[in-house]
Design a protein around this ligand. Structure first.
Ligand code: TTP
Ligand code: MG
Ligand code: MG
Length: 413
């Protein structure tokens, strides 16, 4: 190891300054927030009478609970399930019986035959995912989205003590969704991800780098995000079961067995070293889809085809918006004619929209403003002026532009 000595000319003040600078560079305050038994907890919001019971979400063609005459929900029983479906998630009561994500339902039925089985409803989970992320965004600005039920937060620049700040974030999530989450806070993403799992459900774990030997090193290596089942098995063969044992192993030996890059990473991870910044997704300015036809289409003679293509473009843009949780205030049309001239038309809406129907309706307005001087080679639909908030949904009849257009006298080749 190379040793560095400070130049003698540095006085005590400058040495302290350097030290403070080093601390400032390295000491971040990163949180990892993960929702507790997420899909199952969203289901319990709908069926609160199932709280406290072992409940499993998963399977294929599982019927939704039915209300009986007494106003009680009748759910499927895990023991009655026949098929090859797997557990998507389970409540903590079902986990106590040994039922976890990824297990075959029929296998888990042997452990908990009386557990209740619910089908997954991804729209509901996406909705609550949006709600909890929006709630956290009212407290913290720097957020990395890590999927449906987890986020990283950079709390470094927030002038508030860690514990009350974390409680405020948890309360914001609870108020917005009625759901609990667990938070881990440490100087980096790697450790915070481990910590958020240490005290579930409704947990809060705050870790200083000095706590590493006591709190992280006794854990199995599989707790490190990035050490999968294969690496875990291989480490076990080397006599390494815990993160502490991994920290004791020589970096060279790890590199011999796992390659230079992963070996070095394993060594650093075991010592709690991770300087990855949060990855903040930049909001796109617009989303668009376009299609070039196999043959040039005529505005009147090919109206059925044009209707089908326009509908499909609107549906695809609508799906893109939904996936990214965006709504748009401006809808644009692009037309390329057989002579390769291109025209674009935009319409701005009073409220942000997302549905294919709303896009189609706005597009009809654009279509009306085009001079159809030639056959059509390409059509495109663009959604812009994006917002992450929906507008109030309006149900207006569909206008059916191409049909209306076929009745008009047009000078089209
Ligand atoms: P997780 O956060 O891994 O699990 P969880 O929220 O259900 O429970 P925990 O309290 O331990 O965090 O996953 C979030 C959701 O993702 C989970 O509710 C269901 C879904 N999921 C799958 O669809 N398949 C899987 O294998 C896992 C692990 C999760
Ligand atoms: Mg979770
Ligand atoms: Mg998760």
């Amino acid at each position: 190891m190379r040793r560095y000595t400070l130049p003698v000319s540095l006085d005590r003040f400058e040495t302290k300054l350097l030290k403070d600078l080093l601390v400032a560079i390295t000491a971040r305050r990163i949180a990892h927030l993960d929702m507790d038994a997420f899909f199952a907890s969203v289901e319990l919001l709908r069926y609160p009478q199932l709280k406290g019971k072992p409940v499993v979400v998963g399977g294929r063609r599982v019927p939704a609970p039915q209300l009986n005459a007494e106003g009680e929900y009748i759910c499927g029983r895990l023991g009655d399930y026949v098929g090859r479906g797997v557990v998507t998630t389970s409540t903590y009561e079902a986990r106590a019986l040994g039922v976890f994500s990824g297990m075959g339902l029929m296998q888990s039925a042997r452990l908990a035959p009386d557990a209740l089985l619910l089908p997954a409803d991804f729209e509901a989970y996406k909705h609550h995912s949006r709600l909890f992320k929006q709630a956290v965004a009212t407290v913290v600005n720097v957020i990395e989205d890590r999927g449906i039920d987890e986020i990283y937060l950079d709390l470094t620049d927030i002038d508030e003590d860690t514990e009350p700040l974390a409680q405020r974030i948890k309360a914001a999530v609870r108020d917005a969704t009625g759901l609990s989450c667990s938070i881990g806070i440490s100087p980096n993403k790697l450790l915070s991800k481990i910590c958020s799992d240490l005290d579930k459900p409704d947990g809060l774990t705050i870790l200083q780098i000095g706590d590493l030997p006591d709190r992280i090193w006794p854990l199995p290596v599989s707790k490190v995000n990035g050490i999968g089942p294969k690496a875990t098995r291989k480490l076990e063969q080397l006599g390494i079961a815990t993160i502490g044992e991994l920290a004791q192993a020589s970096e060279q030996v790890l590199q011999q067995h796992f390659g230079t890059h992963y070996g070095q990473w394993l060594h650093q991870a075991a010592h709690g070293i991770d300087d990855r910044p949060l990855v903040i997704e930049r909001q796109p300015k617009s989303l668009s889809r376009e299609t070039t036809f196999e043959r040039n289409l005529h505005v009147r003679h090919d109206r059925a085809e044009l209707t089908r293509i326009t509908d499909s473009l609107c549906q695809r843009v609508s799906q893109d918006l939904a996936t990214k949780s965006f709504w748009c205030r401006t809808v644009g049309l692009k037309v390329k004619f057989a002579d390769f001239t291109v025209v674009t038309r935009d319409v701005s809406l009073p409220q942000p929209v997302q549905s294919a129907q709303a896009l189609r309706q706005a597009l009809s307005e654009c279509l009306k403003r085009v001079q159809w001087h030639d056959r059509i080679r390409l059509l495109g639909v663009r959604a812009s002026a994006l917002s992450d908030q929906p507008g109030v949904i309006q149900q207006n009849p569909q206008l059916g532009f191409w049909e209306a257009e076929s009745d008009r006298k047009l000078e089209t080749k």
